[in-house]
Design a protein around this ligand. Structure first.
Ligand SMILES: Cc1cc2nc3c(=O)[nH]c(=O)nc-3n(C[C@H](O)[C@H](O)[C@H](O)COP(=O)(O)OP(=O)(O)OC[C@H]3O[C@@H](n4cnc5c(N)ncnc54)[C@H](O)[C@@H]3O)c2cc1C
Length: 377
């Protein structure tokens, strides 16, 4: 007998949409509410690691992601002037050897692909709507929505991101995400190389990952004193300052940022914050998913990947267990380790970068974590 017949998902990001798709495939009636009336994430690029591609194949969208995005099987390491010093092959995820080792795509393009899949799976989506209140009893959760409508659900999934409102109902004492000490800069630039590329400056590392046949996104992390607000009009100048030590291709981008010749670079700055919350991740019939419980810095490019995997594991456990409580405990139990690995290894890499620490340790933390993540779910 099915454990649940209907579910409300709060939040239509990567995790929420993947959960909606997997649960709808199991015949569960899915309602999804997304507070953003345009259902549109920021315009940055995102890296889809090999394990994430494997997860997206299970969700049913990997072909489209690879068609619309860019992909690679190796990383070119270049010096600050763009001279290639070595090429490092990247292994694909176990069980997904036929897929590329990693891919990149614009977030709005990925969101569109997942949004179509969510609707095709039969989930009912309402945009510009959130919950106003939730009351649960033994048998279900009564929800009042911000548009005044009401519903009763067997399960509510909080997938409303790092500053989750649903989390306040499950973990009222959680103080909120912690600033990591770094800020992230991302811009869309022309694709110059086949592979993912990292340019090694003395103090700064600039990465470029393909997001389509013709474009890449440039990403740079810098050490910051706090969660400071930087007005958007200052972003080109600030990023150009960070890229000062680079010549070659990155130097050209730097000049393009300053003189406007780079065109529509969709530059974004964001201070980084995160957390890894201990299980249990549920209270009664309300359960948390994705960044609500494990928000990571982007060093391993795997935050979205663990949101996808969390959605897959939650759906699988709801299908194979005999009690809802058992399924929700099993979901967190099975998923916790991989999520914690991503958050803690990414955090350690950030600490090493801020302290100007050992490049050897940085590489070892990254390689060990990537290898562990390639193992089957
Ligand atoms: C700078 C940066 C770069 C990153 N790069 C990568 C990368 O390259 N690869 C990677 O795998 N990961 C990356 N990540 C991590 C990744 O973006 C997140 O882990 C992922 O988006 C989490 O998905 P989510 O669905 O849990 O949350 P979100 O994507 O935050 O989605 C939450 C959704 O809930 C909605 N919402 C919020 N509040 C409410 C409410 N009250 N009611 C209804 N809806 C609500 C939001 O509008 C949003 O649509 C990066 C993160 C950062 C900060």
């Amino acid at each position: 007998m099915a454990l649940i017949h209907n579910v409300l998902i709060v939040g239509g990001g990567i995790g929420g949409m993947c959960a909606a798709i997997q649960l709808a495939k199991q015949g569960i009636a899915v309602d999804l509410v997304e507070i953003n009336p345009h259902w549109a994430p920021d315009g940055a690029g995102i890296t889809i690691s090999g394990p994430t591609l494997r997860g997206l194949r299970k969700i049913g969208v990997v072909d489209e992601v690879l068609r619309e995005g860019g992909s690679w099987r190796a990383i070119d390491v270049c010096d600050a002037n763009g001279k290639l010093t070595r090429t490092v092959p990247v292994a694909p995820a176990t069980g997904a050897e036929d897929l590329p080792s990693a891919a990149g795509i614009l977030r709005p393009v990925l969101a569109d692909i997942l949004a179509k899949a969510t609707q095709n799976a039969g989930a009912k989506v309402r945009l510009g709507v959130s919950f106003q209140s939730m009351e649960q009893d033994e048998e279900g959760v009564d929800v009042v929505f911000t548009d005044g409508s009401r519903g009763r659900y067997d399960l509510v999934v909080g997938a409303d991101g790092v500053n989750s409102a649903v989390r306040k109902l499950v973990l009222p004492d959680f103080p909120g995400p912690q600033f990591s000490g770094q800020g992230s800069w991302r811009a869309v630039v022309p694709r110059l190389r086949e592979n993912s590329t990292v340019y090694m400056g003395k103090t700064t590392k600039a990465g470029m990952n393909p997001i389509s046949a013709s474009e890449c996104y440039l990403f740079v992390l810098d050490k910051r004193a706090g969660m400071d607000f930087i007005p958007a009009e200052q972003w080109p100048q600030k990023l150009a300052e960070l890229l000062e030590e680079f010549g070659g291709q990155v130097g050209d981008i730097r000049r393009g940022l300053l003189d406007g010749s780079l065109g529509d670079h969709r530059l974004l700055y964001r201070p980084l914050a995160g957390h890894m919350i201990k299980a249990p991740w549920h209270k009664g019939r309300i359960v948390l998913l994705g960044d609500t419980v494990h928000a990571t810095t982007p060093h391993l490019a795997s935050g979205a990947g663990i949101a996808v995997e969390g959605a897959i594991v939650l759906a699988e456990e709801l299908k194979r267990r005999y009690s809802l409580e058992g399924a929700l405990i099993a979901y967190a139990g099975r998923h916790y380790d991989r999520a914690r690995l991503v958050v803690s290894a990414s955090g350690r890499m950030g600490q090493i970068e801020q302290a100007g620490g050992s490049l050897e340790e940085h590489t070892r933390v990254m390689v060990d974590a990537q290898e562990a993540l390639r193992a089957p779910l």
